[in-house]
Structure formats: structure tokens, C-alpha cells
Design a binder for this molecule. Structure first.
Ligand code: 13P
Length: 254
């Protein structure tokens, strides 16, 4: 069976409630649900509870940009994955490079976060990817393998089906510089092979591996057409309904 395609819009720390509402209305207006396609909106944390109402009566899914690695308790300022699920989230990101960079999240912390998310009933989208320096130094493959491998070492096997991966080369995020479809496919294939070595062929075959980094309407079709690219994690182009809808439609015609 074909893998599911996930197109997720990570709004990062952008948009106010009015803008968020308008964006979701715009996406819904142009969206024709398609078998095997899941569209996810990932607003900033303070908008999650509102957005849960905005996506009601639509087939859009809701996600969160991060969450605590604890379920609840004395963790001031953190967000419980359990609470996110209760509010209506189906997904949460873990280990976005901006979290790893700004908040020094280690591979082990990201894995703990992903574990808490799936234990709370969320699906986790684990982000990985290298900087330009790491690519140029030739250490990117090992870096990505470590980022992914620890997830399967940390999560019990019954949760492996709740994991998707997003390959987001840091040099392509917000820069307008996209990995070429060939470059992206090469890394996605390597990630799938690594998942196979950690978790077996069935898990590797069924895990969605998304690409992120300057995805837009004009390059989405070619990226999504690669055999191991199963969706997109979109930043800048997810902030306008027209731009995001073009990416969604790129899947529909591929
Ligand atoms: P851009 O699409 O703005 O490059 O951002 C990618 C990203 O970081 C999505 O999580």
C-alpha cells in the first residue's frame, strides 16, 4: 500500500489570532480531501486551542511545534503533550532545528520528547538535518543517522508506527535555497535504509519521510515526485493560503 503523504504547515512564531483564523479559512476553501493525503496546520502554541475550533468540521489536522518530555507536573512554561492531545492535536514536531539551535535540545532530549508525545497519543514528526558546514565536512550522514537512530533506541516498538521523519537541511530553511530533488531523495533513501536497520523493513516501508526547506508551489511537485519523499514540512510558504494550497495541489497532480 502506498505510504500516506503529509503536507504540514509550520507557522513557527508567526500570525496573530485573526491572521491564523483567516489562513485556515483560506486553506479550507481551496482544499479537496484526497485519499492518502493528510494536511496538518501547526500554529504557535498560544493559538493551538483556538485553531482546534477553526479546523473543526474540516479534514485538516492540527499539530504543535514542540512539547515537554514530561507528561505533566512542575515544569513552568512547558507544554504537556497530553494536554495538546486533549485540545485536539494529532501531531507534534520534535527536534526542529530551531529548537535544537535556540534551546540546545540534544538528540537524547528530542528522543525523550518524541517518546512523551507518542505515549500521550500524539504522532510525532521528528526533524533532522545538517548545517552547511556539516555537509561540507562530510559529517552529515552520520549526524542524521544519530538523530534518527536514537528515536528507535528510545521508543518501544509498539510506538514506531506513530513516527514520521522530516528531513530539513538547515541551509535550506528560510533561505530560498532548496535541496535539489536528487539531493533530497538521496538523503531520504539513506534515512529509510537506516530506519530499516534499526526497526525492520515493514516500519521502514510504512514511515512517512517529509522534506522541509524552502518548499514552495514551484518546487513541490518535483520534490513530492521522488520515491522516498512522502510529504513536505513547510515554513514560509505555509503562511499564505494561496501559497500553501499550491503545495497541496502539487501532490494532487503528481
Ligand atoms: P521554510 O519553508 O521557511 O524554509 O521553513 C522550513 C521549516 O523549517 C519548516 O519546519
Amino acid at each position: 500500500m502506498a505510504r500516506k503523504c503529509i503536507i504540514a504547515g509550520n507557522w513557527k512564531m508567526n500570525l496573530d489570532p485573526d491572521q491564523g483564523f483567516e489562513l485556515i479559512e483560506g486553506i479550507k476553501a481551496g482544499f479537496k480531501p484526497k485519499a492518502n493525503l493528510e494536511v496538518v496546520v501547526i500554529p504557535p502554541m498560544p493559538l493551538v486551542a483556538l485553531a482546534a475550533h477553526w479546523v473543526t468540521d474540516s479534514t485538516l489536522s492540527l499539530g504543535a511545534q514542540t512539547s515537554s518530555s514530561f507528561r505533566d507536573g512542575a515544569h513552568t512554561g512547558d507544554t504537556s503533550p497530553e494536554l495538546l492531545r486533549i485540545l485536539g492535536c494529532r501531531y507534534a514536531l520534535s527536534g526542529h532545528s530551531e529548537r535544537r539551535g535556540d534551546h540546545h535540545e540534544s538528540d537524547a532530549q528530542v528522543a525523550a520528547q518524541a517518546k512523551a508525545q507518542v505515549e500521550a497519543g500524539l504522532k510525532t514528526i521528528v526533524c533532522c538535518g545538517e548545517s552547511l558546514q556539516e555537509r561540507e565536512a562530510g559529517v552529515h550522514i552520520n549526524k542524521i543517522k544519530n538523530q534518527i537512530g536514537i528515536i528507535y533506541d528510545t521508543l518501544p516498538p509498539e510506538y514506531w508506527g506513530e513516527v514520521s521523519i522530516a528531513y530539513e537541511p538547515i541551509w535550506a530553511i528560510g533561505t530560498g535555497k532548496t535541496a535539489s530533488p536528487v539531493q533530497a531523495q538521496e538523503i531520504h533513501k539513506m534515512i529509510r535504509d537506516h530506519i530499516e536497520s534499526k526497526a525492520g523493513a515493514q516500519v521502514a516501508r510504512s514511515t512517512a519521510i517529509l522534506y522541509g526547506g524552502s518548499v514552495k508551489g514551484s518546487n513541490a511537485k518535483e520534490l513530492l515526485g521522488q520515491p522516498d519523499i512522502d510529504g513536505a514540512l513547510v515554513g514560509g510558504a505555509s503562511l499564505k493560503a494561496d501559497d500553501f494550497s499550491q503545495i497541496i495541489q502539487a501532490y494532487e497532480v503528481s
